[in-house]
Design a binder for this molecule. Structure first.
Ligand SMILES: [Fe+2]
Length: 259
């Protein structure tokens, strides 16, 4: 089964964000997907769908995403608004009432899209209610494979500026996931850089942003003169099978697209 993975769109209805045009970048991603991977089962959008949490931006985003020929799984990041997202984008049946957190059963295992949003801060959290839901899902999955998508990393990645804003209760999450033995992979947004590794024995990958890429972490960023890295965006092609997980990072447009 094939999935598309897009992260950190930071979409705005008009204007430029950090030197790039979010409409042009998203259009390029959608054109690439429709041309080469329209046979994918889902396109997961791992949070920070918009930059400013306005109805106008979400409406324009929904209009752009209407061109996508692959069913989407939208998620929240620290820049998102649950209520507005819910009002303009489709969500799977069984989504939690208060959170944009849901499970998608597939032929290759269970996909869990977590809501790590913590209102008022760029950092993330999984409160008791969301953790209890997760535990229930992991118990019900038994020995079947579980694939988790989440916006905030539950572990430090050696990126000082992003590590400050990771999942607050990451250790609790990792202990829960590792103790069940059925979580086969973590797909993580938020950091705008491609990093892979393992955490408590669970493999993970992060994804570049559709819009702008985070510069190298050292020296520490100067926020008054912040400039994104001059690197092209990527999307992910994920293949899930009985053998395991394959993730291909693909550049879908030149760096200059939308600049
Ligand atoms: Fe984020």
């Amino acid at each position: 089964m094939k999935l598309i993975w897009l992260s950190d769109l930071h979409f705005v209805a008009d204007g430029i964000e950090l030197g790039h045009d979010p409409r042009a970048r998203l259009k390029a991603a959608i054109a690439f997907i429709n041309q080469h991977h329209a046979d994918s089962a889902y396109c997961v959008l791992s949070g920070d769908l918009v930059n400013r949490e306005t109805v106008e931006d979400y409406s324009a985003l929904a209009e752009h995403l209407g061109e996508l020929r692959v069913p989407m799984l939208p998620m929240v990041g620290n820049h998102d608004d649950r209520q507005i997202l819910r009002s303009v984008l489709p969500l799977p049946d069984g989504c939690m009432d208060e959170f944009i957190q849901y499970a998608v059963p597939t032929s290759e295992g269970l996909i869990l899209c977590l809501d790590t949003h913590k209102i008022g801060t760029p950092a993330g959290e999984l409160c008791a209610e969301r953790l209890a839901w997760l535990e229930q899902q992991l118990n019900a999955a038994g020995a079947g494979p579980v694939y988790v998508f989440m916006h905030h990393p539950p572990m430090p990645l050696g990126l000082p500026m992003q590590d400050m804003d990771r999942l607050d209760d990451g250790e609790v999450f990792l202990d829960l996931a590792a103790s069940h033995g059925n979580v086969k992979y973590l797909f993580i947004g938020h950091v705008h850089r491609p990093i892979t590794g393992t955490a408590k024995g669970i493999p993970f990958a992060t994804m570049r942003s559709v819009l702008y890429q985070a510069p190298a972490p050292v020296p520490a960023w100067d926020w008054d003169n912040f400039a994104p890295a001059e690197e092209a965006p990527n999307l992910g092609i994920i293949t899930l099978s009985a053998l395991g997980v394959n993730l291909e990072y693909i550049q879908f447009c030149p760096y200059a697209e939308g600049t």
